[in-house]
Design a protein around this ligand. Structure first.
Ligand code: KIV
Ligand code: ZN
Length: 508
């Protein structure tokens, strides 16, 4: 049986320290509940002495969460520890996280103290915290730059004082992976009572090595990792939870497992990013928008033939629907055919060749090509539109229901109908339904706003379900109702049925 790695999430403490990322208590409770569903073992809910808001958040999270241990941070200061203990009073399982600097730089310049005095303070803090809770974690701040032999003395002393977990933070993100790994190995081999506690990795990403260092820690005996969603945290951030969880899952040679339900990662990443106002970089491992997107022709061809040619994890494993084949000027015919097939455009080899040349011209002029661009490209060439849009008028305003009158030219013949609706768009589309008279339903409707110089426009893309088939349509206009009418008619033009030509009456 492989070893369990305890996942200690500090999104709501170290992550939330980032300027501009602050959350209110309600938001923190929402995220904490999601972390519980994700399967984290410990939630570091805040630093209660730091502000009344943090105190309240730790208390509310303690009430709302059942399974994970709730942890509160403190300095090695009695008042901090007392307040942390108080804030945890409703926690079903609680931990106080206390600690002090371990590097000579911290000892001298932060505390103006000596190595011996610092160990005394560390021991006293752990003993004081033990009066309130059984589970006490000690952090040896800046352990990454601390003298390893001194660090071992400190670790031994705090374990003897009752620490259940000892955190070895690379606070400044300084360590190389093999050095950090060696530090953990040294502690595992030289601290006589190390078996009475768990060593924990807490790595920062200043040199982009947080995840590598954390994994080196696991490989050398650490059994807890301190991580944040999306790797958020001060400066360059903390080790990212999703990366560590997926490395553990992917590399059996680590002989380790964790409790994370990886299928929830993508959704929680978006939630944290939105709530904290902190966009995820598109090339971020696991949860970035491009993490499963392939755009070069060679890779696309390889992925279409066999996904694992270019992916080491399956997108569904982290809650992403599927890999995406992005169409750009670097894409090949395999990718273009893949998308055209999906949109139900079946082309012969020669047709594909011709369409591919037009695609390349369009792709050179655009960053990437979406479904709507393909539809535009294909319909311009392949479809004879038998319905065109004439006049469209909408009368709206409270308390009246909006009423739309739409005129369509069907094979050159003018047909008009009116309808009311819950909104202007709904009324206009209902008027078109009255003309067409077929059983169609809107399956998807999306509006994007576009800015062309000083002009703003709306781009509508929609999908209509008719006879068990989906038809895509797009429209673009300064007026959102017009853009919707265009998109709807664009979709209808692809359906194979005779449109009604008689003028319809008013319907609601
Ligand atoms: O980075 C660090 O050293 C910390 C400690 C307070 C645990 O965040
Ligand atoms: Zn930290």
């Amino acid at each position: 049986m492989s070893d369990k790695i305890f996942i200690f999430d500090t999104t709501l403490r170290d992550g939330e320290q980032v300027p501009g990322c602050q959350l209110d208590t309600n938001e923190k409770v929402i995220i904490a509940k999601e972390l519980e569903l994700l399967g984290v073992d410990v939630i570091e809910a805040g630093f209660p002495i730091s502000s009344p808001g943090d105190y309240k958040s730790v208390m509310e999270i303690s009430k709302a969460v059942n399974d994970p241990i709730i942890c509160a941070l403190s300095r090695a200061v009695e008042k901090d520890i007392e307040v942390a203990a108080e804030s945890l009073k409703y926690a079903k399982r609680k931990r106080i996280h206390t600690g002090i600097g371990a590097s000579d730089a911290h000892i001298k310049y932060k505390f103006n103290s000596t190595r011996e005095q610092i160990i005394e303070r560390a021991v006293a803090a752990v003993k004081f915290a033990k009066k309130y809770v059984e589970d006490v974690e000690f952090y040896a701040e800046d352990a990454g730059r601390a003298d390893t032999v001194y660090l071992a003395q400190m670790v031994e002393a705090v374990i003897a004082a009752g620490a259940t977990v000892v955190n070895i933070p690379d606070t400044t993100g300084y360590c190389l992976p093999w050095d950090y790994g060696q530090k953990i190995k040294y502690l595992m081999e030289n601290v006589s009572n190390v078996h009475k506690a768990i060593l924990s990795c807490h790595c920062h990403n200043d040199l982009g090595m947080a995840t590598a260092n954390t994994i080196a820690g696991i490989a050398n005996g650490a059994r807890q990792v301190e991580v944040t969603m999306n790797g958020i945290g001060e400066r360059a951030g903390n080790t990212s939870l999703e990366e560590v969880a997926m490395i553990i899952k992917t590399h059996q040679t680590l002989n380790a497992h964790c409790n994370i339900d990886s299928k929830r990662l993508n959704q929680l990443s978006s939630m944290v990013s939105t709530m904290m106002n902190m966009p995820v970089q598109p090339n971020k491992a696991i949860v970035g928008a491009n993490a499963f997107a392939h755009s070069s022709g060679i890779h696309q061809d390889g992925v279409i033939k066999h996904r694992e040619n270019y992916e080491v994890i399956a997108p569904e494993d982290v809650g992403v629907d599927q890999s995406s084949i992005i169409l750009t000027a670097r894409s090949g015919k395999a990718a273009l055919r893949y998308h055209l097939d999906r949109l139900d455009y079946k082309l012969e080899k020669a047709q594909l060749e011709e369409v591919y040349q037009r695609f390349l011209i369009m792709a050179d002029a655009n960053k990437d090509i979406g479904d709507d661009d393909l539809i535009m490209m294909m319909d311009g060439k392949l479809n004879n539109n038998n319905i065109e849009i004439g006049d469209v008028q909408v009368v709206s305003g409270k308390p009246l229901k909006p009423v739309a009158t739409v005129e369509l030219m069907i094979n050159g013949e003018r047909v008009t109908a009116s309808a009311s609706g819950s909104g202007s768009i709904n009324a206009a589309l209902s008027a078109i339904d009255n003309i067409v008279g077929e059983q169609m339903s809107l399956d998807r409707f999306n509006v994007d706003s576009l800015v062309h110089g000083t002009r703003e426009a709306g781009k509508v893309s929609l999908r209509v379900l008719y006879n068990d088939k989906l038809y895509f349509g797009i429209g673009e206009d300064d007026d959102i109702v017009m853009a919707s009418v265009q998109a709807y008619v664009n979709a209808i033009n692809k359906m194979k049925f005779e449109t009604k030509k008689e003028v319809m009456g008013m319907a609601s």
